[in-house]
Design a protein around this ligand. Structure first.
Ligand SMILES: C=C(O[C@H]1C=CC=C(C(=O)O)[C@@H]1O)C(=O)O
Length: 369
């Protein structure tokens, strides 16, 4: 990574400017944007009319930021880093584990009582790094370790923190030919056998629980299409996909907005979809109330969305998963990893805990070496 880029990052953080760098899935180039105003609170969901920039939105609330003015988009070619697998996973906090597994059990009971069908509960794990922690080096390593993920680093002065993510989940996207796409992603398994060898997607077997968990998300997307009477979508899946150290079930949806004359589809779908059943639950409002009742942490940007808007005539917004918040803490940097899991009637609390452990490790294994 070039020194000038490092300098731009340091200057932006010190001067209270907002800054984001990102790398789209399977792309060689990385891009950078600086907003010297610190980012504009963004209310309008008319993405087509939005200036070219980068949007960052939380799980809920109105603190959505658009990084737009004073923009520089710099394509920067990829670097090479060897990613080693030798890292020390964060030791599980037994109190956290007990609390989380109890809440999963209570969620299963609520589902059995018919209060909702699926809920996504999340947790955090913390780690301290030296004050010299290099965000851009971590970003670069994530790009190398997870070529098919959307990788980004964002500093927002209003939050006083930097967020790094390597997410596998597109929320909404529209390319320069007017092709809209979204995905349904849920169901999780380790991508490694117990002896550490990598599994192929063909070797993965899914249980009824995971198939159902993912089907809730697909049904939710199709219900959103139905609400706006859109029938002209193409559906492909579910298929097994590799996402870093994990496998998921994924179904893709496309709409040709030019051919079928849906110019505002991306904004409408963004408003209908977020937060999807992959990060909240079904039905949405009942699941959200349960999340509020049970989760002790503020999700903040975790399970919100972020990505470039109208950059090179394209918009790509991703769900902020496999994410970590980095903030100064007593002369060091505190890393807070966020991870959640979809709970259905068939869930097993211990397995759900282990799933959140594996999700936290997606970033931790790259940041800790
Ligand atoms: C909520 C998360 O993942 C979602 C996306 C894929 C698989 C998921 C699952 O199997 O539970 C979740 O729905 C997370 O990574 O924190």
């Amino acid at each position: 990574m070039s020194n000038s880029w490092n300098q731009l990052w340091k200057n932006a953080v010190q001067s209270g400017h907002a800054i984001a760098i990102w790398r789209l899935p399977n792309q060689p180039n990385k891009q950078l944007i600086i907003d010297e105003t610190g980012g504009t609170p963004y209310a309008s969901m008319d993405l087509a009319a939005s200036p070219s920039g980068f949007i960052v939105a939380p799980f809920e609330g109105d603190q959505t930021f658009l990084l737009a003015s004073h923009m520089h988009v710099l394509p920067i070619s990829a670097s090479e880093y060897a990613i080693s697998d030798s890292y020390a996973p964060i030791a599980a906090d037994l109190g956290d584990q007990l609390y989380f597994t109890e809440q999963v059990q209570r969620s299963i009971e609520k589902i059995q009582q018919g209060e909702f069908q699926k809920v996504v509960l999340s947790r955090t794990a913390e780690q301290l790094f030296d004050a010299s922690f290099d965000v851009l080096l971590a970003f670069d390593r994530l790009c190398v370790a997870y070529p098919s993920a959307f990788v980004s680093a964002v500093f927002l002065p209003a939050l006083g923190s930097t967020w790094l993510c390597a997410t596998p989940e597109t929320l909404v996207s529209q390319d320069r030919n007017g092709i809209f796409s979204t995905i349904s992603l849920a169901g999780t398994q380790a991508a490694l056998f117990a002896d550490g060898t990598r599994m192929s997607v063909q070797e993965v077997r899914w249980s009824q629980k995971e198939i159902e968990e993912q089907a809730y998300v697909s049904r939710y997307i199709i219900d959103c299409f139905k609400k706006i009477r859109l029938r002209e979508y193409i559906e492909n899946g579910p298929k097994t996909v590799l996402a870093g150290n994990l496998m998921h079930l994924k179904t893709e949806y496309w709409v040709d907005t030019t051919k079928y004359n849906y110019p505002g589809l991306i904004s409408t779908m963004l408003e209908l979809l977020h937060p999807t059943s992959a990060v909240c639950g079904t039905p949405k409002e009942a699941a959200k109330s349960w999340i509020h009742a049970v989760e002790k942490h503020d999700r903040s940007l975790y399970s919100g969305y972020l990505g470039p808007v109208n950059v090179d005539e394209e918009t790509h917004l991703f769900v902020n998963l496999r994410t970590v918040r980095l903030a100064p803490f007593a002369g060091q940097i505190k890393a807070t990893y966020f991870a959640g899991c979809g709970i259905t009637e068939e869930s097993n609390p211990e397995k759900e805990w282990l799933e959140t452990e594996m999700k936290c490790q997606t970033l931790q294994r790259v940041l800790s070496v």
